[in-house]
Design a protein around this ligand. Structure first.
Ligand code: ATP
Ligand code: MG
Length: 449
């Protein structure tokens, strides 16, 4: 039996600026995510320049292959806006003026106190068999049509390029028209890992990543975080269980490197752990230059657990603010285990007492010192060498857990090294907070890509 509904979808981005790479195609990514959530499988993305015959050809090809095509851009009033004309050619239609669309455009121009220019008026044109979709956030209406090519029926939605017009129109007019294949579903889960490279994580996941498996398991890396993406496409029956089982197995295989899921970030996870325990965090930063504090305070509510920190870039500042002994700096250099340890200890001491700490509460200090490059590397400490120290103390009387210092070798450019160092520092604190041992093999954090 032939499957019914929108069994396959394609997304077409229109515009020279997209094809030339001058503008990132965020529309397609956003639309793909919405289609996936709705259970419509996305099979193809395409981008086409502002050229009538190329546009027509791309539309024709996608409509012949897919049950749904969503196109963005090229609906405006300028001569490079060619979506209406391209769709008319594919449909074999002439262009007619849509009365309701013209009224809406005229009303909008009147509200703006502007005359209705001919090119504005042209936005009310649609292929004869198509219908327009009202634009509540701009002048250009969208267009919806049914295309039949070589026996393949395809629903086409053409939406404006600006995201603030496209997104509400998609939600209002496209979402309700989606017909996910009956009895089938698409489910996704995302798990996030730190302090492990994509290759090592793939080895841990092993056969889970075989391409003939369902759910499909893949990895992506961004900003030092490697994410495991689980995607199930198939019969609705048993889908939830299959995804849950894959999630549990992936989590077990990722082990201590897994820190969160879906919207979690390392900073939001560490903030949650600190709040739950009434613990606090201070930071002492050299090579990250405040990046660790900035990262941690990205999450609202950080002030509850984060008194602040020190940016001690210069040796003299490390001594003055954190009481790092000058002799230690002299003997070992600023990028060294003893200096990282002394910075964390100094930050712990300099942190004012907690106003009302419950019994068992602790304060933690993370210190980062390293060589972010591009210059400044030595044989002993090449570019990318970063020492991260974690020291902790009870807010009240009691024994202090031992300080811990790790040496990392982070690859990537200056920005990569700095941002990854900040995330690794929070990963170290997370391991301490959940009582997990720091994984042994943490020397080389490879660059993704
Ligand atoms: P307008 O009425 O503004 O001309 P339009 O429907 O003709 O809209 P385009 O002219 O193709 O759309 O693009 C307008 C603007 O929308 C672009 O400058 C760009 O900023 C944004 N835009 C277009 N396509 C995309 C896309 N795929 N992803 C993100 N932004 C986009
Ligand atoms: Mg335009």
């Amino acid at each position: 039996m032939k499957e019914t509904g929108h069994t396959s979808a394609a997304i077409l981005a229109v515009g020279d600026e997209i094809v030339l790479g001058q503008k990132a195609d965020t529309n397609s990514a956003w639309i793909a995510a919405r289609l996936l959530e709705s259970g419509v499988p996305v099979r193809e993305h395409a981008a086409v320049a502002d050229d009538l015959s190329q546009h027509e050809e791309a539309l024709r090809r996608l409509c012949a292959r897919h049950a749904l095509v969503v196109c963005t851009g090229g609906l405006g009033p300028t001569p490079d806006d060619l979506t209406r004309a391209a769709l008319a050619r594919v449909l074999g239609d002439d262009l007619v003026e849509d009365e309701a669309a013209l009224r809406a455009i005229a009303a909008l121009m009147a509200r703006r106190g502007a005359a209705l220019a001919d090119n504005q008026r042209a936005q009310a044109l649609r292929p004869r068999s198509a219908r327009t979709i009202e634009n509540h956030n701009g002048t250009a209406p969208g267009i919806a049509a049914g295309v039949l090519i070589d026996g393949n029926a395809c629903d086409v939605f053409c939406l404006p390029g600006p995201p603030r017009e496209m997104r509400p129109m998609f939600e209002r007019a496209v979402l309700p028209a989606l017909r996910p294949p009956p009895g089938r579903t698409v489910l996704t889960r995302t798990l996030h890992c730190l302090a492990i490279g994509e290759g090592d994580l793939a080895r841990r996941l092993g056969p889970m990543m075989d391409r003939d498996r369902m759910p499909l398991v893949g990895t992506t890396a961004s900003g030092g975080v490697v994410s495991i993406r689980i995607r199930y496409e198939g019969a609705r029956d048993g889908a939830e269980q299959a995804v849950r089982a894959a999630r549990d197995e992936a989590a077990a295989r990722a082990g201590p490197f897994l820190f969160g899921e879906e919207e979690d970030t390392i900073q939001s996870v560490v903030l949650r752990l600190l709040r739950e325990r009434s613990h606090r965090l201070v930071v002492a930063e050299s090579c990250t230059g405040g990046g660790l504090g900035a990262l941690f305070t990205e999450t609202p509510g950080a002030s509850v657990v984060f008194p602040g920190g020190w940016i001690t870039y210069e040796d003299g500042m490390k001594s003055a603010a954190l009481a790092v002994p000058p002799a230690l700096l002299e003997r070992h250099g600023a990028v060294s285990e003893p200096v990282a340890r002394a910075m964390a200890a100094g930050a712990l001491r300099a942190c004012p007492p907690a106003p009302a700490a419950p019994p068992g509460a602790q304060r933690h200090a993370l210190a980062v010192t390293g060589v972010a490059g591009p210059g400044g590397g030595t044989d002993a400490a090449p570019v990318g060498t970063v020492f991260i120290a974690l020291d902790s103390a009870p807010e009240g009387p009691g024994p202090a857990p031992p300080a811990e210092v790790r040496r990392f070798r982070i690859t990537g450019d200056r920005a990569d090294i700095r941002s990854r160092a900040a995330r690794l520092a929070l990963a170290m604190l997370r391991w301490r907070l959940i009582g997990a041992a720091v994984p042994a093999a943490l020397w080389q954090i490879p660059h993704e890509g």
